[in-house]
Design a protein around this ligand. Structure first.
Ligand code: C2E
Ligand code: CA
Ligand code: CA
Length: 524
């Protein structure tokens, strides 16, 4: 359009000017021939000349208008393109803008013999800043961090905000100078975690960073960004406070993770998750007083899979609810039929404690399986109390009102603090098996077990010690005053049929050998 009009106006103007020259010459010739007289020829020549001048003026005006319109259009096209490639809030590039910058970076990296690299930087728990201080403060935090990153990244880097709380820095590096890009990433990380003062409030933001690099000929921005993101997610999962380099292993693990998730979905549909029962005994009498339910995946191809492999994946993908329900339902239904009334303990994950309906779900499960509330113990770990202590308290209080007991699991491993013992009225404290394992090697473990037992006795809460593997450990624990114990010395996790048999006898048959066939897992 623009070119067609240009092509059309310019020749006419040139033609008109040529005509004007020819008209002018013939006008002067006519004037000379006419002398003093105003002849008809002179009239025609002067009119033609006037029309010609008018045509040129008109044509010129039109030409200028067209030029201006063309320029206006180009500017607005450019503005639209810029808006489409930038992030309105921070003025950085957005995902599209970053992709577009790829071409240029590829060329410059190729020319300089460098690699293209992306640093992925994600703020930690940014949502809670919005929740706590409001969106205006959240936006301001983002803008300040964006400015800081832009400045530090330098003029050759392209900086983008690729998601609400995620930045990507695209630049190049000499292939043998990885440490330089690491230093830059570390500097950006430090900018992001620097406390920010807004409205007299000091705001702390955490952040994690990942780095990925590629030779320019293989550069596809989307893929490079995904790799940097994977590395960053690995850093986040491991709470690693420095930038993490992408490596192929991470991608393979991600695929395996995805396969496990898919497998869990299929396993849930086909009821492949089964409760196994680990006996808990009265240390003084050896009597079986209950069982801890431990999930096992009876996989049709891989055999028996332990919970360490699938519980974390199920937690991450929102499948833990259904999985726990499947396992606990079978466990309680089976235990309701046993000849003698023994306790059953089930494990509750931190993610389950974030569900405000958890107490109702457990009560319904009890009603549906006919298992008495008074014989159920739920085990929760200390660390799971942190996410939302108020909700955890509400859930446990509501369960306790129904008669369900609550045990504090893995005591001594995490943030063990006496405050937790006071915060919730626990009915039992479970000492983590790491202390039992090192009981005879490490005086500290012995001291801790003794101290916890004394403390528990003072507040009148019985102690269960996990991981009792030997007769020697058993007698030592008895001597320290621990009431209950579990571990391979008393029996490995067993099927519900085997558990039913054991209940009938009440006492483990062989103390030196496991009555059940050992579970096929790395830790067991
Ligand atoms: P946990 O609750 O601390 O469970 C005790 C773990 O110690 C079990 O591992 C058990 O097999 C193992 N163990 C017991 N006695 C001994 C012993 O004498 N020596 C040694 N070396 N190990 C012993 P498991 O079954 O692999 O369970 C691992 C964790 O998975 C559990 O730790 C629990 O946190 C979680 N878990 C298991 N089943 C479920 C479930 O149904 N739901 C949820 N949410 N978590 C579960
Ligand atoms: Ca447990
Ligand atoms: Ca435990």
């Amino acid at each position: 359009m623009r070119h067609r009009r240009d092509l059309f106006v310019l020749p006419i103007l040139i033609g008109a000017v040529a005509l004007l020259i020819w008209n002018g010459t013939s006008f002067f010739e006519t004037m000379k021939a006419a002398g003093e007289e105003f002849t008809d020829d002179l009239k025609i020549a002067s009119t033609t000349l006037t029309l010609n001048v008018a045509l040129i003026l008109f044509g010129w005006r039109y030409y200028v208008d067209v030029q201006q319109e063309v320029q206006r259009r180009a500017e607005s096209e450019e503005r639209a393109a810029r808006i489409a490639s930038t992030d309105g809030m921070t003025g950085l590039l957005n995902r599209k803008g970053l992709s577009e910058a790829g071409e240029e970076v590829r060329e410059s990296a190729r020319a300089a013999g460098r690699h293209a690299t992306i640093i992925s930087l994600r703020l930690n728990r940014f949502k809670s800043i919005n929740d706590r201080h409001g969106y205006d403060v959240g936006d301001e935090v983002l803008r300040r961090i964006a400015n800081g990153i832009s400045e530090a990244a330098g003029e050759h880097a392209r900086v983008a905000r690729v998601a609400g709380d995620e930045f990507a820095i695209l630049t190049t590096m000499a292939p043998d100078r990885r440490e330089r890009i690491e230093t830059l990433a570390q500097a950006l990380l430090e900018i992001a975690i620097r406390p920010i003062l807004i409205d007299e409030k000091l705001i702390h933001v955490g952040a994690f960073a990942g780095i990925a690099a590629t030779p320019p000929e293989d550069l596809v921005i989307r893929d490079l960004l995904r790799r940097a993101d994977i590395a960053q997610a690995e850093g986040r999962a491991g709470r690693i406070a420095r930038p993490v380099w992408f490596d192929e292993r991470m991608e393979r693990e991600l695929v395996a993770h995805g396969e496990i998730e898919q497998g869990i979905r299929v396993g849930l549909e086909n009821e492949q998750f089964k409760p196994y029962f680990e006996p808990q005994v009265d240390l003084a009498t050896g009597e079986v007083i209950g069982f801890e339910v431990l999930a096992r995946w009876e996989h049709p191809l891989s055999g028996l899979i332990g919970p360490d492999r699938f519980i974390p994946v199920a937690e991450e993908n929102g499948l833990i609810d259904e999985l726990s329900d499947q396992v606990a339902r079978q466990a309680l239904a089976a235990a309701a039929e046993w000849e003698k009334p023994v306790d059953v303990s089930i494990n509750i994950s931190a993610t389950q404690l974030n569900d405000s309906w958890l107490a109702q779900k457990i009560v319904r499960l009890l009603a549906e399986t006919g298992f008495p509330a008074e014989r159920l113990i739920i085990e929760i770990t200390e660390s799971s109390l942190f996410a939302d202590p108020e909700l955890a308290r509400a859930i446990t209080t509501s369960l306790k009102n129904q008669g369900v007991r609550v045990a504090l699991d893995d005591f001594g491993t995490g943030y063990s603090s006496l405050a937790h013992l006071r915060a919730l009225p626990f009915d039992r404290i479970k000492i983590d098996r790491s202390f039992t394992a090192s009981l005879h090697r490490d005086r500290e473990s012995e001291a801790i077990i003794r101290a916890v037992t004394t403390l528990a006795a003072a507040i009148d809460v019985p102690v269960t010690v996990e991981g009792v593997e030997t007769a020697r450990a058993h007698s030592a624990l008895l001597q320290y005053g621990c009431q209950f114990g579990q571990g391979w010395f008393f029996g490995k996790p067993m099927s519900s049929d085997q558990a039913a048999q054991l209940v009938r006898k009440r006492e483990p048959e062989a103390r030196t050998e496991a009555p059940a066939k050992p579970a096929k897992r790395s830790r067991a």
